[in-house]
Design a protein around this ligand. Structure first.
Ligand SMILES: Cc1ncc(C[n+]2csc(CCOP(=O)(O)OP(=O)(O)O)c2C)c(N)n1
Ligand SMILES: [Mg+2]
Length: 849
């Protein structure tokens, strides 16, 4: 379709359709307007959305309506950017980053975006969000003000910076909505490039839905895999490793992924010269272009101010992508940034005058305006009217969003002032607090709450019924704001792992002993049979069934789509999992060794672990990350970086099974619930013999349930994973030395010992040693905090609590390297003995004087 042909096809004299004015009505207290496209009444906050242009079916009037509507969306979006920046600079919002300069290409992208499709993009895409109906200008401002209500900011409930969009995939109880009926937007993250990993998975899901007929029953997630995953990224962020990893992965996988690069020539102040080889990303990626008989990409290049070409290219590119499942790259060049990068600075500092002048001239809205006038789509006067109307609409909408945000706070502000005044009784400190609060215009919640707390502190010595009212008010509000600002680290819905029934393993006389790896294999086999949504993928996982044979034979049985090899690309293996899980599948994303989790840690931490929190449970991605770790061999196959995991993966469950039976029970729990988890199998446990439960695919190990491994009376040793067997061995020798050790395995580190078994043990032994293989002050420090502080074990101790860990360095190669750097049986015995020596030196004299 050549849109320029419209100039020839239609006479210039046709009248302009009545689309310009957005007249407001009030009905049942709701503000409405008449949508000029459909002539129906629409709520005022809902944006006009763009429509596809199909030249074969449109009259010129229809065509003009659509173009004018597009211009209006773009213009309103620009106004939102301008006003948004002003709101930040005048102190009403903290930070602003906007999509000005990128409006027109995003409208073209929105035209190709259908229900069921997905977006994984970054903070410049407000116009796309408005043009698809994914967001509205009112919601845009609500997020800018950090309104903590889901209704006001459905993307993040005030938790994310502005222009970080997300649609709500979930009902309030955590169950899925019909995603085929939604224009889906996966939740944005600020780390630029981070959206790329997830994008691979969102696109890969379409491939599975298309190619695996067993998934046909999942009607709410896909229509024959026809959904395209749209990605957006800034030109400078294509320098990130994860961009290239994702580009290659999608080229290999041949998935419907459409990536748009908004190329404004800069990444904040750094020009393309320092960012991109040849200063041109599509030029550099030419080797990915598919050719006769090869896989690869279709690559397009188009100018960001050329509305007709943009519409044409997007239609063409997305058709190929959707129908052939070929990834496409649309390099949108000559894009501008009229207000500079963000509210943090001004681009006049680093852009030359020539560039600034060029940006003014090639502003995409200005160019579209010119083209519309030249093509007789609208006159200058008509556009002036439209623009004035749009300016007013955005200003009114902004005010509404601000007033709604402030209304609740204002009410609380006056309540606190009145409550303090009720017991101030001339006390100058209290009077000052209330006067200060009263004189704070547009106070924020923190000022209201802080005033209440200060007044409570200042009046601690003068109790009164009135003061009690304030205390009661504050405690109630603290609970409400705990929910508003700190809830939903996990989905906590109907499919929570904590609601999965506990099922004990069943053993009979005939139960066989077999290798741990075979037991796991039986668990996966049974679950894959039960649940068609389960897929597993990773390096060496498909053909040979993983490096330790946990999946041996399962590709042959369940097919290549369900048990799959991948390239060596940890970040996008996790992204593949996230995207699949967001679209209703149940991925097991395997990282070959725990040591290589580092390569995926940014995606795990920034994206997966924060997903539920940053959307306030609007989205979920129940990815099970499977890996193997702890002691085996050398510097990079012996990792146990628990502190790294604990510090970065809050929002995931972290399972540390001591053997493969426990691992299987945990997998059985996780497969039946909907929250993301990391399972670290013991690298040295696959060939140890374990007894196969009859119900290997059904028995469950609950998360957060510690287990008493050995009862004892003198000292409690808490340990997990591969050190558990070492502690057990040490306990036998200690028993012979007259020391009775109680061993507790928390089984999962996050959550940790919910029933407080450790505390109960300390009530008996009063001594605590924590053993693991992390660095000193790593995982053991967390465990101490849990037992001493959270469980209040401190009060039960009669000796200094101790930790026994690996050395601060990684273990050298060879068995001697392991012996001298990881906790050994000797180390455990001596550590326990030294603690006994501290309390009973007569009975246990020093071993080394
Ligand atoms: C991983 C990461 N590094 C650095 C930043 C800080 N940062 C935010 S935006 C930006 C520039 C991005 O430029 P580009 O990708 O071209 O997008 P644009 O803002 O120009 O649209 C930088 C460096 C970040 N958010 N994430
Ligand atoms: Mg840029």
């Amino acid at each position: 379709m050549d849109l320029n042909k419209f100039n020839v096809l239609y006479p210039k004299s046709k009248s302009i359709p009545n689309i310009i004015c957005r007249t407001r009505f009030s009905l049942n207290k709701k503000e409405l307007y008449i949508c000029p496209l459909t002539s129906s009444l629409m709520p005022i906050e809902s944006n006009l959305i763009t429509k596809q242009i199909d030249a074969s079916e449109l009259s010129f009037d229809d065509f003009k309506s659509i173009v004018i509507n597009d211009y209006k969306i773009a213009f309103e979006s620009r106004q939102a950017s301008i006003l948004g920046r002003r709101e930040v600079l005048t102190g009403k919002a903290k930070f602003g980053i906007f999509g000005d300069g990128k409006e027109v290409p995003q409208i073209a992208m929105a035209k190709a975006f259908k229900k069921g499709d997905w977006r994984s993009g970054y903070y410049r895409d407000q116009t796309f969000a408005f043009a698809t109906g994914i967001s509205t200008i009112k919601e845009f401002f609500a997020q800018l003000y950090a309104n903590p209500s889901v209704e006001a900011d459905p993307s993040s409930a005030g938790r994310q910076m502005n222009c970080h969009f997300a649609t709500r995939s979930l009902n309030d109880d955590g169950t899925w909505k019909d995603l085929t009926d939604i224009k889906n937007c996966s939740s944005d993250i600020a780390p630029t490039g981070g959206q790329m990993a997830r994008l691979v998975g969102l696109a890969y899901a379409s491939k599975l839905f298309k190619q695996n007929p067993e998934l046909d029953y999942l009607k709410n997630f896909s229509v024959n895999g026809n959904e395209v995953a749209f990605g957006t990224i800034g030109n400078a962020s294509t320098s990130e490793g994860v961009f290239f990893e994702a580009i290659n992965a999608a080229g290999v996988l041949q998935v419907p992924m459409a990536i748009s690069v908004w190329d404004d020539g800069y990444g904040i102040s750094v020009p393309a010269k320092y960012q991109t080889t040849k200063e041109d990303i599509s030029e550099v990626l030419k080797g990915f272009q598919r050719e006769e008989g090869t896989n690869g990409y279709e690559i397009y290049k188009v100018k960001g101010w050329d509305y007709p070409s943009l519409c044409e290219i997007y239609q063409k590119a997305i058709d190929v992508c959707r129908t052939e499942h070929v990834p496409v790259l649309i390099h949108v060049t000559e894009v501008t940034q009229p207000q500079g990068h963000s509210t943090s600075g001004s681009h006049e500092r680093y852009k030359l005058k020539e560039r600034l002048d060029w940006e003014k001239e090639y502003d995409c809205i200005l160019q579209m305006r010119k083209w519309m006038i030249e093509s007789a789509i609208a006159t200058e006067e008509e556009l002036n009217v439209l623009e004035n109307e749009a300016k007013k609409f955005v200003r009114d909408t902004q005010k509404e969003a601000w007033n709604e945000f402030l209304a609740v706070i204002k009410q609380e502000q006056s309540q606190v002032i009145n409550m303090i005044n009720a017991f101030a009784d001339g006390n100058p400190a209290l009077t000052k607090i209330s006067a200060q609060l009263a004189s704070t215009p547009d106070a924020l919640r923190r000022e209201v709450m802080s005033s209440a707390r200060k007044a409570i502190r200042q009046s601690a010595n003068t109790p009164s019924a009135e003061r009690e009212l304030l205390v009661k008010w504050y405690l109630e509000k603290a609970e409400i704001y705990e929910e508003k600002y700190s809830s939903k680290l996990f989905t906590d819905g109907k499919e929570s792992p904590f609601l999965v029934d506990e099922v004990a393993p069943i053993y009979t006389e005939e139960s066989r002993m077999l290798d741990g790896r075979e037991l796991l294999n039986a668990c996966f086999d049974s679950n894959f049979e039960r649940d068609q949504r389960l897929v597993a993928f990773g390096e060496d996982l498909g053909n040979i069934g993983d490096v330790n044979q946990g999946f041996a034979g399962l590709q042959a049985k369940f097919g290549e789509l369900r048990v799959t090899d991948t390239g060596i690309r940890e970040a996008t293996i996790i992204g593949q999992g996230i995207g699949l899980a967001m679209r209703g599948l149940r991925p097991i994303a395997e990282i070959q060794y725990l040591d290589y989790l580092l390569y995926a840690l940014n995606i795990l931490s920034d994206d997966l672990a924060s997903l539920s929190y940053r959307t306030k449970a609007g989205q979920k991605a129940p990815v099970i990350v499977r890996t193997r770790g702890h002691r085996l061999e050398g510097v990079w196959h012996s990792g146990s970086p628990m502190a790294m995991i604990l510090g970065s993966l809050r929002g995931m469950h972290v399972c540390v099974p001591r053997n493969m039976t426990q691992a299987a029970g945990m997998y059985n729990t996780l497969f039946r619930s909907d929250e993301p988890a990391l399972v670290i199998e013991c690298l040295n446990g696959y060939r140890l013999k374990e007894k196969l439960p009859n119900n290997v695919g059904e028995f469950t190990v609950p998360l957060g349930k510690a287990e008493l491994i050995k009862a004892g009376t003198d000292i409690t040793v808490v340990t997990y994973g591969a050190t558990l067997r070492i502690v057990e061995e040490a306990a036998e020798e200690l028993e012979q030395m007259g020391i009775s050790v109680e061993i507790i395995d928390p089984q999962t580190i996050l959550p940790f010992d919910i029933d407080q078994l450790c505390k109960k043990s300390l009530e008996k032994t009063n001594k605590l040693l924590v053993v693991d293989e992390d660095v000193p002050g790593g995982g053991t420090a967390f465990i101490l905090q849990q037992i001493l502080e959270v469980q209040q074990g401190y009060y039960l101790l009669d000796a200094q609590p101790k930790t026994l860990t690996a050395k601060a360095h990684r273990p050298p190669y060879g068995s001697d390297g392991d012996y001298f750097s990881k906790p050994s049986v000797d180390d455990v015995i001596e550590a326990v003995y030294a603690m006994m020596n501290e309390v009973r030196p007569d009975q246990f004299p020093k071993l080394f004087s």
